[in-house]
Design a protein around this ligand. Sequence first.
Ligand SMILES: Cc1ncc(COP(=O)(O)O)c(C=O)c1O
Length: 440
Amino acid sequence: MKYYSTEGRSPAVSLREAVLTGLAPDRGLYMPERIPRLPEAFFREMPAMSFTEVAARVAEAFFGEDVPAEDLHRIVSDTLSFDCPAVPVTDRIASLELFHGPTLAFKDVGARFMARLLAWSLGGTLSGGKTVDVLVATSGDTGSAVANGFLGVEGCRVFVLYPKGRVTPVQECQFTTLGQNITALEIDGSFDDCQALVKAAFLDADLRGRMCLTSANSINVARFLPQAFYYFWGYAQMARRGMADRLVVCVPSGNFGNLCAALFAARTGLPVHRFIAANNRNDVFLEYLRTGIYTPRQSVTTLANAMDVGAPSNFARILDLYGGDWERIRADISGFRTDDPEILSTIRDCLSAHGYLLDPHGACAFRALSAGLQEGETGLFCETAHPAKFPDTVARALGRADAVPVPERLQAFMAGRKQSVPLPAQFDAFKAYLLSRAGA
Ligand SMILES: Cc1ncc(COP(=O)(O)O)c(C=O)c1O
């Protein structure tokens, strides 16, 4: 399978090259040249299959031409060392819990898959035996998922760029305490600044000549496509309960990689009735749905901080997927915005009414779904992170400090020693730092 750039000014490349380069030379995002259609029988059989079996079929459809079946199955089963259960919250709405992985967030799936696919690629000749340097900008959870996904993976170093003071202490310690092949760069700026630095690094000929750079942000095809796995699995679980006939899938969205993966799943034939993109106050996508005009802007800080993105990268993929047709995009996806006070009230109300504790991102999605579900529809929303990752917000919502017990694997991270490199949000400084590590 070849991968083309959404900008259309770079040649199509192989999977290996798309994974290793992350961003196309023309600044576009790679897209698979074909979206395979899965047979009807697969969707009928899915409810009787296991998560790994379902995911392996989906992985084969996308990556089977490039990765031998045996290797691919191993990569999938190593990736999915944890479940993504669909847990009923109301009689019509279930939560697709994506936080049972090592860093308690949905990004574990994409990051673990990508690390394994990259290690597999390095077994070939593409990197010529060089170290691959993975650059990742994070607004909260990506950094920890990628860092942990790559921890100890031979031939790979990871540089995590994060906005100083804008991630929670729990999130921060998940990527600043690891050591080994992981370096945390504390950028004096916003997530958008971090993302801009990563993009600029890829376009810098000097850096590219001296280092083998790749990105593990959701722009990388090996990160965002595997996220499709859990939409199939979520559908299968809803189908087992007879709740999948008119299923609405709601995705709390920031950079829109997760929603994009869901749209790819639908293109393969997964019978999702429609989608809702849940936003916080950073609602450029909602504005686009309303007006047809896309106006990226500076992000604002909210309680659902991992969704504080003012210029979502994967918007380009969504446009490409629909040939830029606003009407068709609006027909499949609706939008919803939740402000901070409603995030707090949703966490409180959902716990008291349904006994289910949401994290701030899941709260945006649950609220969007509760408000938007129509007669005859059922809903599945992504609970993208464990609420214990946001203890202050959850405590504020519930009015008590001991609201969420901290899972053991999170406690282990918090006991580690923070190590990070402070840098200004200026490309020259970032480049100088990378070059200082080039031959190291
Ligand atoms: C907990 C959580 N929810 C939602 C999102 C938004 O996902 P995406 O950027 O793929 O839209 C993120 C992204 O970092 C996240 O960490």
